[in-house]
Design a binder for this molecule. Sequence first.
Ligand code: HEM
Length: 527
Amino acid sequence: RHVPEYSPPILWTFLGLYSVLLTSMFTYRTVLYPRFFSSIRHIPTPKGAHWLLGHFPEIFRNPTGTPHVKWVEELSNNEGLIRYIGLFGGERIMPCNAKTLSEVLHHKSYQFVKPPFMRESIGNILGLRGLLFAEGDEHRHQRKLLLPAFSHSHIKNLVPSFWSISRDLAESITSVVAAAENGVPVIEMGRWCSLATLDIIGRAGFGYEFHALETGSEDGESKNELAWAYNAVFKPTGWAKGMHIARIIVPGWFLASLPLRRNKEVRKASQTIKRISVEIINDKKLKLAEKKSTGGGDERDILSIMLNSGNYHGEDGVEAMRDQMMTFLTAGHETTATAMMWGLHLLSLKENRHIQLRLREEIRAAFPQGIPENVSFEQIEALKYLRNVTSEVLRVYPPVLLTARHAAEDTTLGGQFIPKGSHIVLVPWAINRSKELWGEDAEVFRPERWEEGQMESNYSFMTFLAGPRGCIGNVFAKVEYKCLLAALIGRFDFAEAVEGRVVVIKSGVTGKPQDGIPLKVSVVPGW
Ligand code: HEM
């Protein structure tokens, strides 16, 4: 006022003050708060966090989950919680003993909810109104309704479907091997496994035939629209990681609206999955009406249960059922296909050759007449080595490497105060490979450990998580997996296409091997 020639215009004053304020806030949030003020700063934190980028560079450089395995080891006296720092001071809490895991997964499972970023990133594919994203009473209600589709007695009835598709898979691969002109062919098995698990969830989950295997060409490509859509979404690319980082700075809705090729692909895939889900619902309605008119029986697949419950009315009901179908289609097929990829990879390694041979011996001894037309639940369950191999693959390579939760209210974990809004990271990969829980050879693929009853508690094996929000398809998946593996290992020998190839995990919704699983496949005569 007194010396106007030295006073900046009001706009500059405002912008200057605003910049000072923003810089102070940013410095406080990213540098000062996590070090000096955060109420969770005393939780053991791995060394080496960058002042601005936290542990992010280490997470970014390494395959998903591997820094977490190291931290669990380094901070072994951590009282069940480890804190690490993401980009710009974002704190993450990782529960890592039975007590804290049981609190998050069991006793307080509705206080630790699915975080908003998960809805934004995968909701469009996994169905926002389905079981995976439902919370509180809505979740309890949906889970109770759907449980009969996963009861022991129902899973037993599904074994013939699991087996017949496993046989179809073996026959398809046999044709590819037979058509090969130059010796032992190299086949990318991942695509084939994905087609088989899609057919299984179609038939066993919804009473619907996708015919994905039938339309598979020699390289495992399928003309099936749904198989295409899932392949587009789940193919392991660096994109998922890139989007994850970008989401820290830019809102998810904005990223999704950018005119990028990947966004267009995902949008098209999501529309295809939605359209086909509605077609299946309409088809099922007709079938159920026909059955009712002929006095037909009580169907227990996921879709029939929903339709018969009387809970889903009108257009809104169709939308809710469609989302549920998307949840089961996605959660129930890519996970098992990923586990199959790792299983075949592990068994094809030279150092695991004896395991593959012993497994084949067990399968052939149980079915000496050759690949059977049908098998029963009891026959599959009687194969003890198959059970050990399956459990060990699922331990060493859990398809869901890590997942997240968000504290919906102020709460505690292991006696430590956890403020509302805290980010929780659950890392099956790190728990399943913890030396404290599994011994010095935790990283080694050794099926025999399951005979020794080595599992310390239900919280040592986190592949399916646990508690009310653990995988509802746990038993379904294990039996399905055993059928697929038995049919393939019974008939074929698998060897690495390139001996000693380093297989890198690419993490998307599931942690898949980058570049798939190309294997030398040959038929072992006599089965
Ligand atoms: C090897 C195969 C499988 C693995 C490793 C697996 C793993 C998991 C994991 C880790 C979760 C918890 C995710 C989270 O809360 O963040 C989950 C949830 C779920 N899974 Fe699976 N899954 C498999 C197969 C299946 C199958 C075959 C089905 C269905 C037929 C299925 C259906 C579901 C559903 C509906 C949920 C949500 C449960 C809830 O929130 O109540 N999964 N699965």
